[in-house]
Design a binder for this molecule. Structure first.
Ligand SMILES: [Zn+2]
Length: 330
């Protein structure tokens, strides 16, 4: 145990708890690779690395685990190899796949899920899964010299969807039939965000420390949203409140006013995809007057009238959502 001697001198540190814990790292980019490094150095029991991306030359300014010769290799594969050398005692699982396609058991056995994701959609997807599985989620993001960390304890602290700050634009896009979820419309490529090594280390350091604290029940946890401005070196902690009508973690939804616009010719399958995207759901079923609608049904005035109330059921929702249908011509 001499490897961990110095950290075990911290009052309240419990190395046995650390060595038995499993942490799932969603996204092994700048944040994820520093988080994984911290977990490995600290002697975590098991580390599950999930990322479908391969290494690009532009990652090398801030991603310590990767070298030039690793370009085009899977991030999780290279990271696992380097980390195993760093500390052979850690059980490291490399999953070069999409978050959505890995086995559910990987999430279920994690004590904490940590996320360093650059995609808004992936964050929403992971948030609703974490709430559904009641798994703590510690998530962070960066933009240049600004960064944030959010600690989500399902049904205790607000989840990602409880925040009124974001998501409205995306939500309205998804609620309109002309939104970007239509297959015939290619997604606009997003410009790469500014990113630097120092910020990655700071934000990943805070996420890692909150993760270790959670595992050991050590100290005061972040409650619950931290904003860090690297330009002025100031830290702001916001105590966000849960939203009682949050579609993911709320006890009560007041979504009768949520109007869903549909177009003639759209199928129930296409509509289901939009609803899944809009509310961060896994596999929603749409129900009309007690009947689950077949995905092949083509929407017309006969199949779905304006003013109809549609119920959305999904394993991640405690109660069905109610949506008011509006046809495009109204
Ligand atoms: Zn919520």
């Amino acid at each position: 145990m001499s490897r961990y001697d110095r950290q075990m001198r911290i009052e309240g540190w419990d190395q046995e708890k650390v060595s038995k814990a499993t942490v799932l790292v969603a996204g092994v980019g700048a944040l994820g690779s520093f988080i994984a490094t911290n977990m490995t150095l600290s002697g975590i029991g098991q580390l599950i690395l999930v990322d479908m991306d391969t290494i690009e030359t532009s990652n090398l300014n801030r991603q310590l685990l990767f070298r030039k010769r690793d370009v085009r290799k899977y991030k999780t594969e290279v990271a696992a190899k380097v980390l195993r050398r760093l500390n052979p005692d850690i059980d490291i699982v490399s999953l070069p796949e999409r978050l959505e396609t890995i086995k559910r058991t990987h999430y279920e056995k994690a004590d904490v899920i940590v996320a360093g994701l650059d995609s808004f959609d992936a964050r929403r997807w992971l948030n609703s899964l974490s709430v559904h599985l009641k798994k703590p989620l510690i998530s962070g993001g960066m933009y240049g010299l600004m960064g944030h960390v959010q600690r989500i304890i399902p049904y205790d602290t607000p989840c990602f969807e409880c925040q009124p700050l974001i998501s409205q634009e995306k939500l309205s896009q998804a609620c309109s039939p002309l939104g970007e979820m239509r297959k015939d419309q290619p997604k606009k490529p997003e410009a790469p965000m500014p990113a630097v090594a120092t910020m990655s280390m700071i934000i990943a350091g805070i996420i890692s420390q909150e993760t270790m604290k959670h595992i050991m029940k050590l100290g005061e946890p972040l409650d619950n949203y931290l904003f860090y401005d690297g330009k002025s070196n100031t830290t702001t902690v916001l105590h966000l409140e849960r939203k009682f009508n949050c579609p993911v973690c709320g006890d009560f939804y007041a979504l009768d006013e949520a109007t869903l616009t549909v177009e003639d010719g759209e199928t129930i399958g296409e509509l289901t995809t939009r609803v899944a995207f809009a509310f961060g759901l896994a596999d929603p079923k749409l129900m009309l007057k007690g009947v689950i609608l077949d995905k092949e049904i083509v929407i017309s005035k006969k199949t779905l009238k304006s003013g109809s109330k549609l119920f959305v059921m999904d394993e991640r929702l405690a109660k069905p959502l109610k949506l008011l249908i509006q046809t495009h011509k109204d």
